[in-house]
Design a binder for this molecule. Sequence first.
Ligand code: TYC
Length: 101
Amino acid sequence: MADTNTKPRTATVLKTARPPLHKVILVNDDFTPREFVVRLLKDEFRVPEAQANVIMMTAHTKGACVVAVFTKEIADEKATRATDYAHQHGFPLLFTTEPEE
Ligand code: TYC
């Protein structure tokens, strides 16, 4: 017997929405001491000493380095907090954020 069921067959694929991530970027300058940058990376971003040194030296030699990736809100908050802390201590150190591709 012919198939008389004309109901369309559809499948629903549920996708879990993930918030877009943003990079926190450490920018080099000529004035902030290397030790201060390393300590800030350890204290604010919970980066281990060895990794903090690599990040600092990468920014120092290349001009900038990605520190970590967070949701936009957390990335902006951490970049602002770390930049403000450096400025309060008289250094022009800058952390910026940008969306991850
Ligand atoms: N270039 C600085 C110096 O020679 C050190 C430094 C490294 C500063 C990385 C900022 O993001 C930075 N004292």
